[in-house]
Design a protein around this ligand. Structure first.
Ligand SMILES: Nc1nc2c(ncn2[C@@H]2O[C@H](COP(=O)(O)OP(=O)(O)OP(=O)(O)O)[C@@H](O)[C@H]2O)c(=O)[nH]1
Ligand SMILES: [Mg+2]
Length: 255
């Protein structure tokens, strides 16, 4: 019997494994540790949460498919440039593709205000203590927004490189944005996010001359966790590299 939480699992399987230089709490079958909760209980709770989420995600995906909408889920750490990327994307696509935005943040409507300033419709979701958007929240926002047929729906997730990886919102794909000021090691440190993403956008490349960020190494790390990931380099500030991003959107809009 575990002396800490009273579960029937024993250390190291139930709580941690000793690894070189430390303790790894993610090697039990739940892949995560919560104080006082057994691995099997954790697996049951996660399955319950994610299966309910998947039901809502399927409804959202059906909605997008029926309306010929390309929905993208933008995920990253705080401040990597998601909203800047969105505002430039909206401006560049003005008069060509209608765009609407769902913004996710714990608090404030600052990002939705930035989007609305471009003229595009935006709805802000505040998650309170929550660290990610879930599919039910997005479904509620869709009911209020009624996005146009054949449009682009950009969903900016809460700035967090961990939790949004696990939640399907019904999007066509997740796009991970990593700015070059964050360091090239992030795909290895937060592998779930880069494994879940179809594209990694390396943003803020205008700053590369001032940094020691290793683009080759970062790309190799991203491909190590996700061999199929597409990598785009751009600057949401200057617009450098934006052509490829805009072409990708055009190619992936439902015909
Ligand atoms: N130099 C440079 N700065 C950028 C670029 N993109 C964004 N920034 C700056 O980075 C800061 C954060 O940008 P945001 O677009 O607010 O980042 P975000 O990911 O939406 O942030 P959260 O919503 O808080 O997670 C701002 O000061 C932007 O002006 C870029 O390509 N180059
Ligand atoms: Mg933002």
């Amino acid at each position: 019997m575990c002396t800490v939480c009273g579960c029937s699992e024993r250390k190291p399987d139930g709580r941690y494994r000793e690894v070189k230089g430390g303790l790894h709490f993610g090697m039990g079958h739940a892949g995560v540790h919560v104080a006082g909760m057994s691995q099997s209980r954790l697996v049951a709770v996660e399955r319950d949460i994610l299966s309910k989420n998947d039901g809502y995600a399927a409804t959202n995906r059906h909605f997008f498919s029926e309306k010929g909408i390309l929905a993208l889920n933008l995920v990253s750490s705080p401040g990597s440039g998601k909203t800047t990327l969105l505002t430039r994307t909206i401006t560049e696509l003005a008069g060509k593709i209608p765009v609407s935005v769902i913004e996710g943040d714990q608090q404030t409507s600052l990002d939705a205000d930035r989007i609305r300033a471009t003229g595009a419709p935006a709805i802000q979701i505040n998650t309170g203590k929550g660290c990610h958007l879930d599919a039910q929240m997005v479904g509620d926002a869709l009911e209020k927004m009624a996005p146009e047929r054949g449009s682009l729906m950009l969903i900016e997730n809460v700035g967090n490189l961990v939790c949004p990886a696990s939640f399907d919102l019904g999007e066509a794909c997740k796009i991970a944005i990593l700015s070059v000021t964050e360091g090239e090691d992030k795909p290895l440190k937060y592998p779930d996010m880069f494994a879940a993403a179809s594209i990694m956008i390396l943003n803020k490349i205008d700053l590369l001359p001032h940094l020691d960020f290793d683009v080759e190494k970062c790309s190799e790390y991203a491909r190590r966790v996700n061999p199929g990931i597409e990598i785009m380099m751009l600057s949401a500030k200057t617009g450098e590299g934006f052509g490829r991003w805009l072409s990708w959107i055009g190619e992936n809009l439902p015909k």
